[in-house]
Ligand binder design. Sequence first.
Ligand SMILES: *Cc1c(COP(=O)(O)O)cnc(C)c1O
Length: 386
Amino acid sequence: MSEDLSRKKMATRLIHAGAEPDPSTGAIMTPIFQTSTYVQEAPGVNKGFEYARSQNPTRKALETAYAIIENGKYGLAFSSGVAVTDAVIKLLSPGDEVIAAQDMYGGTYRLFTKVFEKFGIRFKYVDTTVAENVSAAITPATKLVWIETPTNPLMNITDIAAVSAITKNAGAILCVDNTFATPYFQNPLDLGADIVMHSATKYLGGHSDVIQGALMMNSKDLYDQLYFIQKSCGAVPGPMDCFLVLRGIKTLHVRMKQHNENGYTIAHFLRKHPSVDKVFWAGFSDHPNHQIAKTQMRGFGGMMSFTLKDDSVEAAKKVLSSTRLFSLAESLGGVESLINHPASMTHASIPREERIKTGLTDGLIRLSVGIEDADDLVEDLKQAIG
Ligand SMILES: *Cc1c(COP(=O)(O)O)cnc(C)c1O
């Protein structure tokens, strides 16, 4: 593809990113190069591929696509979202400090506290929805600021541009977990972030059939360091998984439009339901960070959470086990709707007191609204909530 995709609109970029006809056959889909090594003509004379942990053509096509869809210069694919987080923290040294959002994906918190604290990296958790809290927490040892926006599962919004200005001023790196918004709705690199990460398992893959992580950045120096970590630590995805994510990305825009439309319908349905107490969704005009959400996002998507007026675990469990279209499962971002109980499932690794402090109560229910017919989804929730 000789076309300059950087000048094209999002839908065109998503479909054509990384896609070159295979030079040996003309195949329009990137072949799955299921190989561990490459035959060399003479020692050191090769086609740029030596060993598949370091380079694989299917992965290379996907990494090119990753860069293009986030308006970045470089992309890297890892075997999972947490492998990406692991790689980014490995940029640091013992004694370095990370400022992280107090309300994040539970697995990120677990990796920080249970794995990296042991290696002498220090983590401070702050409410990043107030950018001043980040500046107040910065010290000369701060090397990285890690935010997630919207957050999982409370849909809190952090002002990326404001935190980026603070982080730059301190000479630290800003990494944004953009899993929930996806590149279709939000592009953190354009707002000043240094690194964007995605659990590609979710919306980028989009079909609940692959585990993968993505990294995007503009700095050659960061790319070189992270590529070195990728090949040295070895958390690389297999070529079949890269193919699946490449295929998923081609329909991201169509899926996200529908997730957004269905999300709007479900959020408003829940809000009007007499048994529902709070609904957490950034699209409501009275969401505390709605103004920032509206400025930095182009849509609010299908992720939301809610509590019942009866905030007991029993009442929540009754809803969680009564839905028929919404499947009770961890994960999110697939075409099918999922329902989840963060306190006992995705966020069980966060100690209860920490959880409650951030508003993640025992009765909170999270929805990943899929792209089925919205009327059927409303009916399903109606019969489950009663
Ligand atoms: C799922 C998820 C991750 C972790 O990704 P895996 O692909 O499961 O390793 C990180 N951040 C967010 C926001 C997630 O939802």
